[in-house]
Design a protein around this ligand. Structure first.
Ligand code: BEZ
Ligand code: FE
Length: 289
């Protein structure tokens, strides 16, 4: 393969992929190279722009560690995360829709019982959350593992506060025999995705803001059912129409009801106003493939 030019380079690279016995890798890489080359030809990419792109990726790599994942952020703001989530989570009507995972899930979050306060000291107005987990035929799902995580009222997740020695605003609990779940926390607020790195700079240059509308994250797992990774978004508040990571689905928007001081759903006497959120989840049966 010599004398390769701007047109023959694509088939030359794809021919070089012929040696692999990994058919899926070949499919993915052939297509990636074809689209990448078409992109470079279409925009007539200059050497300076190519170099700028390499520098961008280098900076994304440098800022990435076990607490900060700039490449996931990049995928999120490019809409790739939402695209992959959507095409991998097509579900029958009636099932709760999935949305992006985000970078702030922690696998070893504390275990709680129903009714516990998962805020665990996170600042914010009190909020009582409850609902049910059911299957597509309406059957209650007992013992579903419900992971929940959220920011505090300043928009920070606990993992973004290095001074914290214990988890705040995250945990997992199990649905009860009738499929119900219930916990206390604080009201979610809008917050900006981490934007002090190359992705934030890109957003700024594109004239885009880094904000996400207020939401709670959920991951719900139960034997015999597909794992659901989703958010519940707060109906009141900004950015529902311009989420920086394109994660909002109208079926996931719910009202956080404001209540005057009084008796909370768990019987606690509240001497300050508090919020209540009821949200029911519907899981799809496991696929057998
Ligand atoms: C989040 O909701 O936690 C999130 C999602 C995508 C990028 C950054 C944060
Ligand atoms: Fe979030």
């Amino acid at each position: 393969m010599i004398d390769i030019d701007e047109w023959t380079i694509t088939s030359a690279v794809r021919k070089a992929h012929g040696a692999t016995s990994n058919a899926r890798l070949k499919t993915v890489m052939d297509s990636l190279v074809r689209h990448l080359h078409d992109f470079a030809r279409e925009v007539q990419l200059t050497e300076a722009e190519w170099s700028h792109g390499i520098d961008f990726l280098t900076r994304a790599g440098s800022i990435t560690d076990d607490k900060r994942q700039e490449f996931i952020l990049l995928s999120d703001v490019l809409g790739l995360s939402t695209l992959v989530t959507a095409q991998c989570n097509r579900r029958p009507a009636g099932c709760t829709e999935a949305t992006v995972f985000g970078p702030f899930y922690v696998p070893d979050a504390p275990a709680y019982r129903n009714g516990d306060d998962i805020a665990n000291g996170a600042s914010g107005e009190p909020c009582f959350v409850g609902g049910t987990v059911r299957g597509i035929d309406g059957e209650p799902i007992a013992d579903a593992r419900i992971d929940v995580w959220q920011s505090d009222d300043e928009g920070w997740y606990d993992v973004q506060r290095p001074e914290l020695e214990h988890a705040q605003g995250r945990g997992h609990l199990s649905s009860l025999g009738d499929g119900s779940y219930r916990f206390r926390s604080v009201v979610a607020v809008p917050y900006p995705i981490p934007h002090d790195g190359p992705v934030g700079q890109l957003l700024e240059e594109l004239g885009r803001h880094p904000w996400r509308p207020a939401h709670l994250h959920f991951m719900i797992r139960a034997p015999g059912y597909e794992t659901l990774i989703t958010h519940v978004f707060r109906a009141e508040g900004r950015y529902l129409d311009s989420d920086a990571v394109f994660g909002v689905r109208s079926s996931l928007i719910a009202e956080w009801k404001r209540n005057e001081p009084g008796v909370a759903p768990d019987g606690t006497c509240m001497d300050v106003p508090f919020y209540t959120l009821e949200y029911d989840f519907v899981l799809n049966d496991s696929r057998n493939d």
